[in-house]
Design a protein around this ligand. Structure first.
Ligand code: ADP
Length: 306
C-alpha cells in the first residue's frame, strides 16, 4: 500500500467536490433479512455519507486540501456531519444552509453472506440540490480540480459552463471530472461533459453494458474530444479509455477480509483524481484508485486508509 502522498511544494490548492452529504446508518447483518422478519445485526455504525462527502474524506486522508459543496441543514444530524467534516479537515464554508429542511438520511444493510449492500435513502420532499447560483459565488482560482457527483441536473451543466468560461479567460486551467452513477435519464447529459468521465458500474448497466470494456467502447463516441473515460467494476478492478483512445486496465486489490464496501466507488474516484491531478498516467491513477479502494473495503469507514 502506498503511503500518504505529499503534494508537490507550491501545489497545495484545493480539490472542490460538488454533490451531496447525508447521514448514514450502516448495519452489518449475517444475511439479507427476509421481508417481515427480524434479524439481529452483528455490527452497526453511523457516519457522514453521500458520494461527494465520502470522496472528500478520502482526499483529505491522502493529504490533499479539499472542500465540499453540498446543501446542508441545521438540525442535530447536520451538526454531527459538520463536526465530522471539521475533524476530517474538509472545508465546507461555501455550503448553502437550509435551516427549514431536515437532513437526508440513509440506512444501509451490508450482508456478510452475499456481500450485498442494500441502500434505503430518504431525501425529504423539496430538499434542494446545489445550484449554479451557489457555484457562481466561488472564487475558482482557489481550486486545482473540480469534481461533480452528477446529481441535481441540469445545474452541474451550468456550473461546468461557468468553469469553461473561467478557463477561457485564465492562464491557469482547472480540470474537471464528472461521475455518472444515478440511474436517471438526466444523468446521460453529463456523458459529453468532463475532461474525466467516471461511469459507475451501476450506471453502465443501466445503459445496457454488462462489462467495463463494452461501456468504454460504447461511450467512446459520446464523450468530448480528448476526454478520458474511467469505469470501476467492483472486484474486477477498473478500466479506462485514455484521451488517445488507448484502453488500460488495473486489477482490484482484495483485502484479506471484506469489512465495509460502502463508499468503495467514492474512494476509487477520490484516489484516482488525486493521482491524475499530479499528472500521473491514467494507468497509474486507476491502479492507485484500486489500491486505496481495496484497502477501504478491508476497513470500516475511511480513517487510516492511506
Ligand atoms: P460502488 O459499487 O461503490 O460504486 P464498485 O463496486 O464499482 O463501487 O467498486 C469500486 C472500486 O472499489 C473497484 O474499482 C475496486 O477498486 C474496489 N472494490 C470494490 N469491491 C471490491 C472487492 N470485493 N475487492 C477489492 N476491491 C474492491
Amino acid at each position: 500500500m502506498s503511503g500518504a502522498m505529499a503534494l508537490p511544494e507550491g501545489d497545495q490548492d484545493t480539490f472542490l467536490v460538488v454533490g451531496f452529504v447525508c447521514y448514514d446508518l450502516i448495519f452489518t447483518s449475517p444475511h439479507y433479512p427476509e421481508e417481515d422478519s427480524m434479524v439481529r445485526a452483528v455490527d452497526y455504525h453511523k457516519r457522514r455519507g453521500g458520494n461527494a462527502s465520502n470522496s472528500c474524506s478520502v482526499l483529505s486522508q491522502l493529504g490533499a486540501k479539499c472542500e465540499l459543496l453540498a446543501p446542508m441543514t441545521t438540525d442535530e444530524n447536520a451538526q454531527y456531519m459538520q463536526d465530522d467534516l471539521k475533524a476530517s479537515n474538509v472545508a465546507f464554508h461555501n455550503c448553502p444552509i437550509y435551516p427549514e429542511c431536515m437532513t437526508p438520511f440513509t440506512s444501509i444493510i451490508q450482508s456478510i453472506a452475499s456481500g450485498s449492500r442494500t441502500i434505503m435513502h430518504y431525501r425529504p420532499d423539496g430538499f434542494p440540490e446545489t445550484n449554479a447560483n451557489d457555484f457562481s459565488k466561488l472564487n475558482l482560482s482557489a481550486y486545482k480540480w473540480i469534481h461533480f457527483e452528477g446529481r441535481g441536473l441540469p445545474e452541474p451543466l451550468k456550473m461546468i459552463d461557468i468553469i469553461d468560461a473561467w478557463n477561457a479567460k485564465s492562464k491557469k486551467q482547472i480540470p474537471y471530472s464528472v461521475e455518472l452513477e444515478k440511474r436517471a435519464e438526466a444523468t446521460k447529459s453529463l456523458i459529453s461533459k468532463g475532461d474525466f468521465v467516471f461511469v459507475a458500474k451501476e450506471f453502465a448497466r443501466y445503459l445496457g453494458y454488462n462489462d467495463a470494456l463494452s461501456a468504454l467502447n460504447g461511450l467512446a463516441q459520446q464523450v468530448k474530444p480528448g476526454a478520458t473515460i474511467i469505469v470501476p467494476w467492483g472486484e474486477q478492478g477498473a478500466m479506462a479509455r485514455c484521451s488517445n483512445g488507448e484502453i488500460v486496465s488495473s486489477k482490484a486489490y482484495s483485502p484479506a477480509c471484506i469489512v465495509d464496501t460502502t463508499g468503495a466507488g467514492d474512494t476509487f474516484l477520490a484516489a484516482t483524481i488525486f493521482y491524475l491531478s499530479q499528472n500521473k498516467s491514467v494507468a497509474e491513477s486507476i491502479d492507485f484508485g484500486n489500491r486505496i479502494a481495496g484497502a477501504k473495503c478491508g476497513m470500516k469507514g475511511y480513517s487510516g486508509i492511506n
